[in-house]
Ligand binder design. Structure first.
Ligand SMILES: [Zn+2]
Length: 218
């Protein structure tokens, strides 16, 4: 018998007062857990912190997705950016961050490439023992609130283990989440909170793959 295909769910750029509670409810009724990658700016908004506390209380994992989510780290070299986007954000997450410190870089539209990291960013993430969580499925829910689910399902059929990036900050797109999850469960895909090796070039500060395609060297 072939190994079951696997799926890791991640929700980025939140929290959002409409999207996040909806996602939490749909995951809870199905007994599913996921990883959330909030952005610092969202935590300054009213309810931001409270929403993230609800995410943590529901048993989901929380990672660091940068403070401002405005410029890919590779396009803004230097320690100042590292301090603000990674270190200050991690401090802001405080105890809501998991024991394994997860960082997901801003991709500027979900793209993988040398823009993701500066040399300084990699140095910091390694020294501070972060796990870097990239992705292998970006169905572009923010651009296509109705059509994303079909693209995500195609990725899940194609890949042995899919790490999908969805956005709880886009409530319109999340309306498709219940039907999407039901299809995945009907297809007997295993939903896990573990991260596939292929999307994790650095695990707890140790290089597990080749990070060079994701670094802009000064
Ligand atoms: Zn993002």
């Amino acid at each position: 018998m072939a190994a079951r295909r696997r799926l890791t769910l991640s929700f980025d750029n939140g929290p959002d007062p409409a999207g996040t509670p909806f996602v939490l409810k749909e995951l809870a009724v199905r007994g599913l857990t996921a990883t959330f990658f909030p952005v610092g700016n969202q935590l300054f908004l009213p309810q931001g912190r409270e929403l993230l506390e609800e995410v943590a209380a529901a048993g989901h994992t929380i990672g660091n997705h940068s403070m401002t989510h405005t410029v890919p780290l590779g396009q803004s070299p230097g320690w100042e950016t590292v301090q603000r986007e990674i270190a200050d954000m991690q401090e802001m997450l405080g105890e809501l961050a998991g024991e394994e410190k997860l960082f997901r870089p801003f991709g500027g539209g979900g793209h993988l490439g040398p823009h993701l990291f500066s040399g300084e960013a990699v140095e910091h993430l390694t020294a501070e023992r972060y796990t870097v969580a990239l992705w292998n499925s970006v169905p572009r829910d923010w651009e296509d609130p109705d059509g994303w689910a079909e693209r995500a399902l195609a990725d899940i059929r194609r890949l042995p283990w899919t790490l999908v990036v969805l956005h709880d900050i886009v409530p319109d797109a999340m309306k498709r989440l219940p039907a999407f999850l039901d299809r995945v469960l009907e297809d007997e895909v295993e939903i896990t909170t573990e991260l596939p090796e292929v999307c994790v070039p650095v695990r707890r500060g140790r290089s597990t793959g080749d990070l060079s395609p994701f670094i802009t060297r000064a």
